[in-house]
Write a protein that binds this ligand. Structure first.
Ligand SMILES: Nc1nc2c(ncn2[C@@H]2O[C@H](COP(=O)(O)OP(=O)(O)O)[C@@H](O)[C@H]2O)c(=O)[nH]1
Ligand SMILES: [Mg+2]
Length: 330
């Protein structure tokens, strides 16, 4: 669909291109955002603009912190698997313990706070896919590692922790949200919902930990009032193992991906390692996952799986479904 952009938009875009400092560029981008018609046809332009504004806001902010804290990339965790999910929460909430239960990673688990200082990644198995989980240092009103700002942008989703063994759990979790907001990071139910372009929105699952605590049920009811409307949630006891399977599934669901198995003509499908792409993805998008040159090159596909599809030939814009088997024709 074509987007009709008013002339003022193009004027602002020209100022953006001519801008010499990040501040000038950011000002022009914000003008473009205000002018841009917000409707279905402009969704892609809106999304691109939001990303550019959010990235440039970070850059301007980091420059203010000075070169030392802005050291780029030092805490990057290269993505693996179907998606990357970061752990955000107050100290002592059971983040590291949960990571040891869901993956083979071995972060330090200790009854005192601030034991985790660096990102610790681990791979979680869920059926036939793997999801990358990343344990992070705790966040409080006064303690914030600046690399968390970068790492939350790179992530696909977040787990927000709430400690059911602590009367102050809800306040500590709220403090995490408040501190992240200062860094222009907002944890939300649906990443598409937020419309402040300077803030980066990350899809989030609330994980209520230490369900084995004797007062956990009461605290959960109280916390439910504060948080349950804002996020999907799960309750878990990493110590006793209760709820771990639900957590695995909820994390996978949070990613909003589907599995697609590929096959070569005349050969059986490889049912062991599916490709994952966002729910609603097309044949062309899948092809791009298989090889970056295939997205342009794919002409049609045969699809087995959902409903009527039993080897039918479909076009490149055909929408795929979870567990479809696809033979790409280039
Ligand atoms: N009772 C109970 N204690 C837990 C549970 N999960 C973690 N803990 C304890 O809580 C403390 C902090 O755990 P840790 O994973 O290091 O917290 P982090 O700071 O959020 O990474 C440790 O003493 C853990 O043994 C749980 O499910 N039940
Ligand atoms: Mg920890």
């Amino acid at each position: 669909m074509a987007v009709n952009l008013p002339p003022q938009y193009h004027d602002a875009e020209a100022r953006y291109k001519k801008g010499k400092t990040p501040e000038e560029k950011l000002a022009a981008l914000r003008e473009m955002w205000v002018i841009l018609p917000k409707h279905k046809a402009s969704e892609k332009v809106q999304a691109d603009l939001k990303t550019r504004i959010s990235e440039l806001s970070d850059e301007v902010e980091q420059a203010k912190l000075g070169p030392k804290k802005a050291a780029p990339g030092s805490h990057k965790v290269p993505k693996q698997g179907a998606g990357q999910v970061v752990f955000l929460g107050p100290p002592n909430a059971g983040k590291s313990r949960l990571l040891t239960k869901l993956t083979k990673a071995t972060p330090t688990v200790a009854p005192y706070p601030f034991t985790t200082r660096e990102p610790v990644p681990g791979m979680m198995d869920y059926e036939d896919v793997r999801v990358q989980l990343v344990d992070l240092p705790p966040v409080t009103a006064d303690h914030y590692e600046h690399f968390v700002t970068d790492i939350t942008r790179a992530a696909d989703a977040a787990l927000l922790f709430l400690d059911l063994a602590d009367d102050d759990g809800p306040a500590a979790t709220q403090a995490v949200l408040d501190r992240l907001k200062q860094a222009r990071r907002e944890l939300v139910r649906d990443a598409a919902a937020g419309d402040d372009p300077t803030t980066y929105h990350l899809k989030t699952l609330l994980v209520m930990t230490k369900a084995d605590d004797e007062a956990a049920d009461i605290r959960r009811e109280l916390a439910g009032e504060a948080f349950a409307d804002r996020y999907p949630s799960v309750v878990v006891s990493a110590e006793q193992g209760g709820g771990l399977e639900e957590v695995r599934k909820a994390i996978y669901d949070l990613l909003g991906v589907m599995r697609v198995y590929t096959k070569q003509p005349g050969k059986p499908a490889d049912m062991t390692s599916p490709f994952t792409c966002p729910i609603g993805g097309t044949v062309a998008e899948l092809a791009g996952r298989v090889h970056k040159d295939f997205e342009e090159g794919v002409k049609s596909a045969r699809v087995w799986g959902t409903g009527a599809f039993d080897g039918q030939t479909v076009g490149r814009d055909h929408v795929l479904h979870d567990k479809d088997v696809v033979e790409l024709h280039l």
